[in-house]
Design a binder for this molecule. Structure first.
Ligand SMILES: *[C@@H]1O[C@H](CO)[C@@H](O)[C@H](O)[C@H]1NC(C)=O
Ligand SMILES: *[C@@H]1O[C@H](CO)[C@@H](O)[C@H](O)[C@H]1NC(C)=O
Ligand SMILES: *[C@@H]1O[C@H](CO)[C@@H](O)[C@H](O)[C@H]1NC(C)=O
Ligand SMILES: *[C@@H]1O[C@H](CO)[C@@H](O)[C@H](O)[C@H]1NC(C)=O
Ligand SMILES: *[C@@H]1O[C@H](CO)[C@@H](O)[C@H](O)[C@H]1NC(C)=O
Length: 473
């Protein structure tokens, strides 16, 4: 989705270490490093347009998780944001004016493997938009070379690579501190081309599978804690040193004509969610996501879908739900209408309260949900010395996103080790090490475990440096 906020994470792909192991396909591990700085409170309202409808939210602060991709022969390097909430890869074209594409730009004339495609693309994200043309070339991520990969070359961008507010924070960011494109990790049907013409194409990670470049059709993400220096994305397997306990799998929710279904098409990485609760705060509470009986003619209840979106910093729920949760945690919070986020006392970092997110394997509420428990303290994001913002924000919308689907952003996802399984269309979650969360529940139907990343099975490991700058938006 890419509703990115101010704590900008930066990645420079450092090195590709290879330890050859016969008969095994590569599992690629890409750690990222981050540096967090404080920033001013931002009050920048941003209109948000989505392909399936329109709603308005406010920009806020948070982070982007970035990694390097190389495109063309020889490779031209771009630092892009890792976004499970969209599906296209795009980078700036040399035809994009420097005012809109201020960092490195792709020069197609310099690539011997470049093929033009001629079709145009347009993507609206939560924070801005990009227009350009599709092209085809070799794309390399973490040392894996995907050939004949379709991607976008941006010829114009608005509010994605540039930010009118950035000069006001006085941080003097260098170009290496910002993303220079987006790597979408969503399903083929979520690409802008599928949206426009009905013809999906394979995003980079799906071509890694179809071209047999990774040993398992999965990629796994460890974001690490808000203040940690390193995280990791693994292509082709699971790094079992990054989580505790078992991976519990939930099926990806499909859609058909904007309705959630078990037989439709996959677009987003999303699972069924049925409630979220708070324990250990001022008082315990539970918010049911399930459709209330009064609003359902049949009286039956149905779970909502939770989009796991690494491109969105915060987690968004309708106002009534967000308020119910906030007030049960603390009485010391304030909604900042200008920025759209909750300001909290930084002392909430000492809270012993927890969120409990309950998820299910089907649209029907279950008495034995899979739960992800997250310390409230991990949701407290420093802004100034005594002002913190909270990782939960409001989104009121009558479109599908915000109404039947909720955006679960980095503030929640950080607590989980996440395995995105393209082969079995499921998401594995476990308690990420060092973040204080926990996962309970069992995988509904028995399925084979994904390959784990052991040192003996690493063919290529790519180091990704992630830094966070101060305020960006
Ligand atoms: C790429 O092409 C431009 C002109 O099209 C040229 O100035 C530049 O030197 C080329 N770069 C490389 C690395 O070949
Ligand atoms: C990927 O391509 C680069 C540059 O063309 C090459 O140096 C590298 O060996 C390739 N990697 C693999 C795994 O084929
Ligand atoms: C992209 O094109 C759309 C529709 O033609 C337009 O509304 C939008 O402003 C354009 N965005 C940019 C960044 O040029
Ligand atoms: C929430 O749903 C559960 C069952 O799914 C039900 O037992 C409980 O009473 C509901 N709570 C509220 C406040 O509606
Ligand atoms: C959290 O629990 C610890 C240990 O039980 C206690 O010392 C501390 O005061 C608690 N914090 C709050 C905010 O209640």
């Amino acid at each position: 989705m890419h509703i990115s906020t101010s704590i900008l994470l930066l990645v420079g792909l450092a090195s590709v270490a290879s330890t050859a192991v016969a008969d095994e396909q590569p599992l690629v591990r890409a750690p990222f490093y981050r540096r967090t700085t404080r920033a001013n409170w931002i009050r920048n309202r941003v209109a948000m347009a989505k392909r399936d409808g329109q709603s308005t939210i406010f920009n806020d602060q948070g982070s982007q998780y970035l990694l390097d991709v190389n495109i063309g022969t020889p490779g031209q390097t771009f630092t892009v944001a890792m976004d499970t909430g969209s599906a296209d890869l795009w980078v700036p074209s040399s035809q994009c004016p420097a005012s809109q594409c201020p960092f490195s730009r792709f020069n197609s004339g310099n690539s011997s493997s470049f093929q033009s495609s001629g079709s145009s693309f347009n993507i609206q994200y939560g924070i801005g938009s990009v227009n350009g043309t599709y092209a085809i070339d070799t794309v390399s991520v973490g040392g894996i070379n995907v050939s004949n990969q379709q991607f976008g070359l941006a010829t114009s961008t608005a509010d994605i690579l540039t930010n009118p507010q950035s000069s006001s924070d006085g941080t003097g960011k260098s170009s290496s501190m910002q993303s220079n494109g987006i790597l979408g990790l969503g399903y083929p049907q979520l690409t802008a081309q599928a949206s426009k013409t009905g013809k999906p194409y394979n995003p980079v990670v799906f071509n890694m599978v179809s071209q047999n470049l990774i040993s398992q059709p999965v990629f796994s993400i460890y974001m690490n804690s808000l203040t940690a220096d390193s995280g990791e994305i693994v292509f082709g397997g699971v790094d079992n040193t990054k989580f505790t306990g078992n991976l519990v799998y939930l099926p990806v929710v499909a859609m058909s004509q904007s309705a959630l279904t078990s037989t439709g098409t996959y677009y987003y990485w999303m699972v069924y969610g049925q409630s979220i609760g708070v324990t250990g705060g001022q008082r315990d509470t539970t918010v049911n996501f399930t459709t209330s009986a009064s609003s359902s003619k049949t009286g039956s209840s149905s779970n909502k879908a939770l989009i796991f979106d690494t491109g969105t910093t915060l987690t968004y729920l309708p106002t009534a739900m967000a308020e119910q949760l906030m007030s049960s945690i603390t009485s010391n919070y304030e909604y900042d209408a200008a920025s759209g986020v909750y300001a909290v006392d930084c002392a909430l970092q000492n809270s012993n309260a927890s969120f409990v997110l309950s998820m299910a394997s089907s649209s029907s509420p279950t008495t034995s949900p899979v739960t992800l428990t997250i310390p409230v303290s991990s949701m407290v994001i420093p802004v100034t010395n005594n002002v913190c913002m909270f990782g939960l924000a409001r989104m009121d919308s009558t479109s599908a996103i915000g109404n039947t689907m909720y955006l679960i952003g980095d503030s929640f996802l950080r607590s989980a080790y996440l395995v995105f399984d393209m082969g079995q269309n499921r998401i594995g979650i476990a308690a990420a090490n060092g973040v204080g969360g926990s996962v309970n529940g069992v995988t509904a139907s028995s399925t084979s475990a994904a390959n784990t990343l052991g040192s003996s099975s690493i063919l290529a490991a790519a180091a990704i440096a992630v830094l966070s700058s101060a305020l960006f938006f």
